[in-house]
Design a protein around this ligand. Structure first.
Ligand code: PMP
Length: 455
C-alpha cells in the first residue's frame, strides 16, 4: 500500500474509529497498524512487513489464515440463503447440522446448542438462562453466580460482571448484583511454599468457603476458564478442576467451563475439560468454533439443564437476530471439518505441541524469564527482575510492552499482558515456524534485557 493511502486510512481511523481496549487518544497520535493479508501463520501489514502471528489474531485463528474453503462455503450459503432467523419456528440446514456436530464433538452430555455471535453474548445467555433454570424449579433465590478475580468472560454487561477485571468493573458500574468472585489459582504469585498440586486444592476450596458463606441455596453456578487466558495464561495445577467439580456437585451448583479460548484444540485436546479431567454442565464457545473467519459463538447445555429449560421453561424470552445464522453456521461446520479431516488437534497433541513445549522451556532459561508455562498451543513467559524468586517488576506492564515491541520489530506478534508474554499461535504452526518464533522471541528478550541494563 502506498504511503499516501496508508496515511489517509490512519487519519480516517483516528478521526472516526473508537478502538476496543485502547487508549484512543494515544492511539490516534501514534497511528494504527493496518493489516492487509494473511496466509498460514503469517500476516502482512500496510508497510509490507511480514509478521509471524504467534497470537492467532485474538486466540482464534486455529486453522491459520487464508483457507479458501471457508470463503467458498460462505459465498455458496450467501447465494443460496443468506439469512433466515430461528425465531418463527424455523431453522436452516447449516444451523441444524452444526448443532448436531457440536453435540457429537463436545464432551459428556453437552448435547444442546444455543447460538450467539460472540463469547460475550454466550455468557450473557448463560447468566439469563441459569437464573431461569433455577427459577422455574421454584428456586428463584438460587441466582448467584460465582466467578474469579481476574477472570475474563467478555465485555458485555453480564460478561464483564462475571469476569473479575477491576478496570472493566470501574467503567459502567459493574458487576451487576448477585455476582461474586473468589481468588484465582495462580501458583506463581500466590502459591507460597506449597507444591502446585497442594496449592490447587487450597485454591479450589475457596469456592466451597464462598458457597458456605453465601448459602448453597443462593448459589446457582460457578464459572471459570479452564486456563485463564486474558489475564496472562494462568494455568491451574492439575488438582484444581477435579476439586472444583466435586464441590459443585456437592452443593448442586452448576459448573460452567468458559471454553472460548480453550475450545477447538488449543490445549491439544478438543476442549480444556478433557485436558484437566472434568465435566461442565454448561460451556460457552466462540473463537476457534469458526477460527475467527466469521463471528459466531454458542452455549452448549447438558441434558439436565436443557431438559428443564424445555420441559418447564415455557417460552425462552431470549435470542439474537443472528442466533444460528446460516452463513456463520456453514463456516463453522467447514472449519470443524478442516480440523477433523486434517487431524490438526491430534498433530498438535502428538507432534508440534511437545516440540513447542521444549522450545518454550529453552526460552524459560533466559535471565528475564521467571516462568515459562505452556499447555498445548497456549503459553506465557513471565518476565521478572531477578531469578529464581517468583516476584514481578514494581512498575508492572512496562517491561512487557517493551518486549512486545522488540518482538514486533523482529517480525513476531506476541501479546503482552502486564509482564507476561502470551503465546497462542494458529494450531497449524510447523516445527520450522516454531523455531522461527523461538529465535525471534529470544532476540526480543535479549534486547529488552539490554534496555533494562540486565545484560
Ligand atoms: N470468554 C473468554 C474466556 C474469552 O477469552 C473471551 C474473549 N477473549 C470471551 C469470553 C469473550 O468473547 P468475545 O470477545 O467473542 O465476546
Amino acid at each position: 500500500m502506498d504511503l499516501h493511502h496508508r496515511q489517509t486510512l490512519q487519519q480516517l481511523d483516528a478521526a472516526h474509529h473508537l478502538h476496543p481496549f485502547n487508549d484512543n487518544a494515544a492511539l490516534a497520535k501514534k497511528g494504527t497498524r493496518i493489516l492487509t493479508k494473511g496466509e498460514g501463520v503469517y500476516v502482512w501489514d500496510a508497510e509490507g512487513n511480514q509478521l509471524l502471528d504467534a497470537f492467532a489474531g485474538l486466540w482464534c485463528v486455529n486453522v491459520g489464515y487464508g483457507r479458501k474453503e471457508l470463503g467458498a462455503v460462505a459465498a455458496k450459503q450467501m447465494e443460496q440463503l443468506a439469512y433466515y432467523n430461528s425465531f418463527f419456528s424455523c431453522t436452516t440446514e447449516p444451523t441444524v447440522q452444526l448443532s448436531a456436530k457440536l453435540a457429537e464433538l463436545t464432551p459428556g452430555d453437552l448435547n444442546h446448542a444455543f447460538f450467539t455471535n460472540s463469547g460475550s453474548e454466550a455468557n450473557d445467555t448463560i447468566l439469563r438462562l441459569v437464573r431461569h433454570f433455577w427459577a422455574v424449579q421454584d428456586q428463584p433465590m438460587k441466582n448467584i453466580i460465582i466467578g474469579r478475580h481476574n477472570g475474563y468472560h467478555g465485555s458485555t454487561v453480564a460478561g464483564a460482571s462475571l469476569g473479575g477485571m477491576k478496570g472493566m468493573h470501574k467503567q459502567g458500574g459493574l458487576p451487576i448484583p448477585d455476582i461474586h468472585h473468589i481468588d484465582p489459582p495462580f501458583w506463581f504469585s500466590d502459591g507460597g511454599d506449597l507444591s502446585p498440586e497442594e496449592y490447587g486444592l487450597v485454591a479450589a476450596r475457596r469456592l466451597e468457603d464462598k458457597i458456605l458463606e453465601l448459602g448453597p441455596e443462593r448459589v446457582a453456578a460457578f464459572i471459570g476458564e479452564p486456563i485463564m487466558g486474558a489475564i496472562g495464561v494462568w494455568i491451574p495445577p492439575m488438582s484444581y478442576w477435579p476439586e472444583i467439580e466435586r464441590i459443585c456437585r456437592k452443593y448442586d451448583v452448576l459448573l460452567i467451563a468458559d471454553e472460548v479460548i480453550c475450545g477447538f484444540g488449543r490445549t491439544g485436546e478438543w476442549f480444556g475439560q478433557q485436558y484437566f479431567g472434568f465435566q461442565a454442565d454448561i460451556m460457552p464457545i466462540a473463537k476457534g468454533l469458526s477460527s475467527g473467519y466469521i463471528p459466531i459463538g454458542a452455549v452448549m447445555f447438558n441434558d439436565r439443564v436443557a431438559g428443564v429449560l424445555k420441559e418447564k421453561g415455557g417460552e425462552l424470552a431470549h435470542g439474537y437476530t443472528y442466533s444460528g445464522h446460516p452463513v456463520c453456521a456453514a463456516v463453522a461446520l467447514e472449519n470443524i471439518r478442516i480440523l477433523q479431516d486434517e487431524k490438526i488437534v491430534e498433530t498438535c497433541k502428538n507432534d508440534t505441541a511437545p516440540y513447542l513445549a521444549k522450545k518454550w522451556a529453552q526460552l524459560g532459561e533466559h535471565p528475564l524469564v521467571g516462568e515459562a508455562r505452556i499447555v498445548g498451543m497456549v503459553g506465557a513467559l513471565e518476565l521478572v527482575p531477578a531469578k529464581p524468586a517468583r516476584t514481578n517488576f514494581e512498575d508492572r506492564g512496562k517491561v512487557g510492552v517493551t518486549c512486545r515491541d522488540h518482538a514486533l520489530n523482529q517480525g513476531l506478534i506476541l501479546r503482552a499482558t502486564y509482564d507476561s508474554m502470551l503465546l497462542s499461535p494458529p494450531l497449524v504452526i510447523s516445527k520450522a515456524q516454531i523455531d522461527e518464533m523461538a529465535e525471534k522471541a529470544w532476540k526480543a528478550l535479549d534486547l529488552t534485557a539490554r534496555e533494562l541494563g540486565m545484560a
